[in-house]
Design a protein around this ligand. Structure first.
Ligand code: GDP
Ligand code: MG
Length: 669
């Protein structure tokens, strides 16, 4: 330290990053910054952040750059704030600060200081003399007297000549042991509150440490290191330099507790000193004390602290603003979207009716695209909603399943022989009794009749899923009527299922009633197959060869030994009938599939184009007790309050956006 003992302070060398305290960087500035008039560039930035804070944008989850003052109890936090502001705050033993105290310091040109408190919606003007009382009274109002703590902030505005442009939050001191009347969990309450404030990356931690204690044992150090390991956003203020001057230099140069932004040693107001006296005493102390004067003048005294804090604050604000702008925009969009998603309120029955028709209309269009036109643009990635494709899948699976070769249960020709034996009549042997053919046809139909019914049920189950998704999607903004519309959808599906099953049963029954086809394939197939009739019968009855099996066109190698006991004409008839039914059955199965496919298309179209609308209108408008339309005019209280909240949020965000927009425009300009 040279002879020039004039208090000098290094100027910020860059406003882009937070500059670490650099004891070797000395430049001369003639005026102490605590007295300097505010910088024209800084003021608008601070104003903007203050405005955002005023708008309570933090409630919307947007963090503002904030200097948070932490410290163990009686470390001198309140005294530090007092010294910065140049006013008296409640001081002393015991817990004084019990709510977050936001201090907004502002320089002013008027000689008379302006001081007022703001909490909840109250504004309480006060003056230097009564400030301590006013804070205590307001704290009691907020915490409900007694010694509890609360996280409702109290804002203290101080406009005073020479005050630095700073906004800081003072938090309750950390106490381990509850004093009389304090809740048992006071430590958890306070540390929770502190954490909430120091956790955001936007917060600067001003850690107040008493020179009289070992820094490594400080609770406030332990806490700030939890959220800021490297200390890059922590600045330490060492108070009570006057009480423990020995080894202080050692303590701050060793930096055992890694404070990234550096230390500033101070002496606060003691006893009944005036603010001005206290500043003089401090200056004297660091100049003349044999040990304290050894400490670099760039890290001692309130002028240095004030200057450092304003610099850090400005840098932090400049750095955070773009992100804040982005976040505000994002939150606004989200809130807007959420508001739009809220169920709408209808002003009149007419409007409600119009809306209902809109819902029906848009749902119908969507169903039309999915189930008939094969346009899946509404659900591009949800394959289960691709109606026409899924219906085609189901149909082709059904067709394969139906036409799969049935397992041969009885031995070859035995079904036919049994039927023929029961249809015996007096007549020529080379006529097949029609009744016998119908009986065998009937057996065939009975063996498959469940499949088409099952198929059509599956189809409607699937369509019901599609229909209810579409209904849910198009009515999601109207929970008042969604259930009615859904119910209408379910009723409709029930009806259609019933109708369809009847219709499918009919289609199958028709095949039992008449054996007819105009398809020439029948005759072609039969002629081909009947060719082997003679050789087949010969093979069965040939006593000399006694063949075990024989290859029949279309059936492969079949066993024949069991047929030897029957008459030739019965075998001929049975063989003939087998060939007829085989040729005909193929046509029947094809016809059932075709019929079902056509019927399905018809009924889906009918459902979408006509029944859907009819059913919902009936449920919503015509039904006796329904009053579905009227229900659209009501709004549940929970939704109403949610709407109000969202609207408020949007307003706050919009105002915030306007507030930042001005400054961002200015800066980019
Ligand atoms: P807080 O609990 O952290 O807010 O601490 P206070 O600001 O209330 O200070 C606690 C006590 O320490 C008060 O009696 C102050 O007068 C005293 N004190 C604070 N700073 C200094 C200082 O720098 N020097 C001296 N001698 N006393 C101080
Ligand atoms: Mg205090």
């Amino acid at each position: 330290m040279g002879g020039s003992k004039k208090r000098v302070v290094s100027q910020p060398s860059s406003s882009r990053s937070i500059v670490k305290a650099n004891p070797n960087n000395k430049s001369v500035c003639t005026e102490a910054p605590i007295l300097s008039s505010y910088n024209d560039q800084i003021r608008p930035l601070l104003d903007t952040v203050d405005r955002l804070r005023n708008l309570n944008v933090m409630k919307e989850g947007i963090q503002l750059p904030t200097i948070v003052v932490v410290g163990d109890q009686s470390s001198g936090k309140s005294s530090v704030l007092e010294s910065l502001a140049g006013i008296s705050l409640p001081r002393g033993q015991g817990i004084c600060t019990r709510v977050p105290l936001v201090m907004r310091l502002q320089g002013s040109s008027s000689p008379e200081p302006e001081i007022w408190l703001e909490y909840r919606d109250e504004v309480v003007p006060t003056d230097e003399e009564h400030i301590a009382e006013a804070i205590c009274a307001a704290t009691d109002v907020i915490t409900g007297s007694h010694k509890g703590v609360s996280d409702t902030p109290l804002t203290l505005h101080v406009k005073k000549a020479g005050a630095p442009d700073l906004t800081m939050v003072d938090l309750p001191g950390i106490t381990r042991v509850p004093v009389n009347g304090q809740p048992e969990n006071i430590y958890e309450q306070i540390s929770g509150m502190i954490m909430k404030y120091i956790k955001p990356q936007e917060s600067i931690i001003l850690n107040v440490l008493s020179a009289t204690v070992d820094f490594t044992t400080c609770e406030s150090i332990r806490m700030s290191r939890q959220v800021d390991k490297t200390g890059e956003r922590t600045l330490a203020v060492v108070t009570k330099a006057d009480m423990a001057p020995e080894g202080l230099l050692q303590k701050v140069t060793a930096d055992d507790v890694s404070i990234g932004l550096g230390y500033v040693c101070v002496r606060n107001r003691v006893g009944e000193e005036t603010y001005e006296e206290a500043r003089k005493q401090e200056e004297m102390l660091f100049k003349t004390h044999p040990m304290l004067s050894m400490i670099d003048e760039n890290i001692v005294g309130f002028p240095v602290l004030a200057q450092k804090l304003t610099h850090i604050q400005t840098t932090m604000i400049a750095r955070c603003l773009p992100e804040i702008v982005r976040k505000i925009g994002h939150k606004m969009e989200t809130a807007d979207l959420e508001l739009k998603k809220l169920p709408m309120v209808m002003a009149s029955t007419g409007e409600a009716l119009m809306t209902l028709m809109d819902i029906i209309g848009s749902a119908k269009e969507s169903l039309l695209r999915l189930l008939i036109q094969g346009d899946f643009s509404d659900y591009p990635d949800n394959h289960s909603m691709h109606g026409t494709a899924r219906l085609a899948d189901m149909l082709s699976k059904f067709s394969d399943d139906l036409q799969a070769k049935p397992k041969q249960v009885r031995e070859f020709l035995m079904d036919e022989i049994k039927v023929l034996e029961e249809c015996k009549c007096v007549g020529l042997p080379n006529f097949i009794p029609r009744s016998a053919f119908m009986a065998i046809l009937s057996q065939h139909v009975d063996s498959i009749h469940e499949k088409p019914v099952e198929f059509i049920k599956n189809i409607w189950d699937y369509i019901e899923v599609v229909l209810s998704s579409v209904i849910a999607k198009h009515s999601e903004n109207f929970p008042q009527i969604q259930s009615s519309i859904k119910r209408a959808g379910r009723n409709l599906m029930c009806k259609i299922k019933e109708q369809s099953v009847d219709r499918v049963i009919q289609i199958v029954e028709m095949e039992k009633l008449t054996d007819y086809t105009c398809n020439p394939d029948y005759m072609k197939s039969w002629t081909e197959k009947i060719d082997t009739q003679k050789s087949f019968v010969d093979a069965v009855l040939n006593d000399t060869t006694k063949l075990e099996s024989f290859t029949v066109n279309g059936f492969g190698n079949v066993k024949i030994s069991h047929l030897r006991e029957y008459h030739a004409h019965l075998l001929q008839q049975a063989f003939d009938m087998k060939m007829r039914i085989t040729s005909y059955w193929k046509i029947v199965l094809g016809r059932v599939v075709d019929n079902l496919a056509l019927y399905l298309q018809l009924s889906v179209k009918y459902l979408v184009n006509t029944q859907f609308q009819k059913e919902i209108v009936a449920e919503m408008v015509d039904s006796k007790g329904g009053g579905g339309i009227e229900r659209m005019l009501e709004e549940s209280p929970s939704i109403a309050s949610k709407r109000e909240k969202l609207k408020k949020s949007i307003k706050v965000l919009k105002d915030s956006k306007d507030a930042v927009a001005a400054i961002v425009d200015q800066n980019s300009g």
